[in-house]
Design a protein around this ligand. Structure first.
Ligand SMILES: [Zn+2]
Ligand SMILES: [Zn+2]
Length: 170
């Protein structure tokens, strides 16, 4: 969805060009106005394609690596995708559902808001485990905050300047 040269250009256009622009991280992250907000849910064929794409891999994994894993893997895939569509929709279109009160929902909503700012970070939506393991996780404050890391790097640079006498002088 974020790769311009990915064969499914429609996924890139619909997500990175349209969705990211329409629901900007700053100010208009949530949909306003009456009617069904456009370009929040994925296209109808996204879900069946996702399942169809993963199924052969699950089968191969069961056959060669992990016996009896096929149905569990498929259930995980369906759960993630359903959770993704549901929570992503609520992030952009608040409905006052019970889950919106949960702390973890507020966390993943902020996590996704940052994704709309830094589109190659926080690529997970529902469960940010892969972001954590692949090093693409950022948070708005504290731990893994991009702004904070940037500030710390600047401070380090300043300190390095203070401790080593400037060579350029004289
Ligand atoms: Zn979004
Ligand atoms: Zn995105």
């Amino acid at each position: 969805m974020h790769e311009k040269h990915f064969p499914l250009h429609d996924a890139f256009r619909g997500h990175t060009i349209v969705h990211h622009q329409l629901y900007h991280w700053n100010g208009k992250f949530e949909a306003t106005g009456p009617g069904r907000p456009p370009h929040v849910a994925l296209r109808w064929y996204a879900f069946p394609s996702m399942i169809a794409f993963h199924t052969p891999f699950f089968w191969l994994i069961q056959h060669f690596l992990i016996p009896y894993s096929f149905w569990g893997a498929l259930a995980a895939c369906v759960t993630y995708f359903t959770g993704y569509e549901y929570t992503h929709y609520l992030m952009h279109v608040p409905k006052g559902h019970y889950v919106e009160r949960f702390k973890w929902f507020r966390f993943i909503k902020e996590h996704h808001r940052l994704h709309h700012k830094y589109y190659l970070r926080n690529m997970n939506v529902f469960i940010p485990l892969a972001d954590y393991h692949l090093g693409t996780l950022i948070t708005s404050e504290g731990w893994r905050s991009k702004a904070l890391i940037h500030k710390q790097n600047l401070e380090k640079k300043d300190k390095a300047k203070e401790t080593t006498p400037a060579n350029s002088e004289g």
